[in-house]
Design a binder for this molecule. Structure first.
Ligand code: NDP
Length: 248
């Protein structure tokens, strides 16, 4: 499918995991893709991915930008707009998962969680929306834990992902007149470095699913591609679960 030809996409946290799958899928659908990463150890891989995405005349850009740094996020969006053009599809994917008993959580844990998971999407949206063409798309990556924590130790993370739901609904109202949609995709357990399918928590997570196995990164990328494409034009303000039936 090439239904994003001529569109520019910007994906935060695109060097690995779900973000890399989204970047690859949007490029496969025809978009020029800019993505961010943070770790020095990911720099070579990120440049290689940008090279891979640049096939067939498409353009791609890998930008190091820590989502915990609001100015860096804004600069990354501005760089993408300058080099590729106004962002048609903004995907706020980068996230951190800091878990543990609520009594052990520090203010630093709180601030890091909120800075990366909530403030960075807010900043990226502000930076992108002015020049975003009519009919643009904002897609935030939430979590199945936003609506149902389901187990102890995830309060901070769940709070941050629930905040994205309110932010997204407000955006849908703010930007709907321009035909811009805003949605949250809530993954369930997806096999990545953050949540490996062979990790120690995996058995407990699978036990509470309707489909008794982990999802793959392409499951999330597929939903994002649908929302980004022409068929997603009448979906806005929605929370879309891709969670193996965690919420069922
Ligand atoms: P990974 O930890 O596997 O990958 C994270 C990606 O985000 C990497 O590209 C990483 O870059 C980047 N990243 C991390 N921190 C920052 C930061 N501070 N600034 C910029 N980029 C950053 O995560 P997943 O792919 O599993 O998760 C992606 C999203 O999906 C997150 O929002 C997560 O909360 C959500 N999610 C994941 C689930 C899962 O089961 N995997 C379930 C529910 C939600 P680098 O390579 O440079 O480190």
């Amino acid at each position: 499918m090439q239904n994003l030809t001529g569109k520019v996409a910007f994906v935060t946290g695109g060097s690995r995991g779900i973000g890399a799958a989204i970047a690859r899928r949007l490029a496969a659908d025809g978009a020029d893709v800019a993505f961010t990463y943070v770790s020095a150890s990911s720099a070579a891989g990120a440049q290689a991915l940008a090279q891979e995405l640049s096939a067939d005349g498409r353009r791609a850009l890998a930008v190091q930008a820590d989502s915990a740094d609001a100015a860096a996020v804004r600069r990354a969006v501005e760089q993408a707009v300058a080099e590729l053009g106004p962002v048609d599809v903004l995907v706020n994917n980068a996230g951190v998962f800091i878990a543990g008993p609520i009594g052990d959580a520090t203010l630093d844990d709180y601030e890091r969680t909120m800075d990366v998971n909530v403030r960075a999407p807010f900043v990226a949206i502000q930076a992108a929306q002015d020049s975003m063409p009519d009919g643009g798309r904002i897609i935030n990556i939430g979590s199945c834990l936003a609506a149902r924590a389901g187990r102890p130790g995830v309060a901070l993370y769940a709070a941050s992902k629930a905040a994205l739901v309110g932010l997204t609904q407000g955006l849908a109202r703010d930007l709907g007149a321009r035909g811009i949609t805003a949605n949250v995709v809530h993954p369930g357990p997806i096999d990545t470095d953050m949540n490996p399918a062979d990790g120690e928590r995996a058995g407990d997570l699978v036990a509470v699913l309707s489909l008794p196995h982990y999802g793959e990164t392409r499951d999330i990328a597929g939903m994002v591609a649908f929302l980004a494409g022409p068929e997603g034009r009448y979906v806005t303000g929605a929370s879309l679960a891709v969670d193996g039936g965690y919420a069922a």
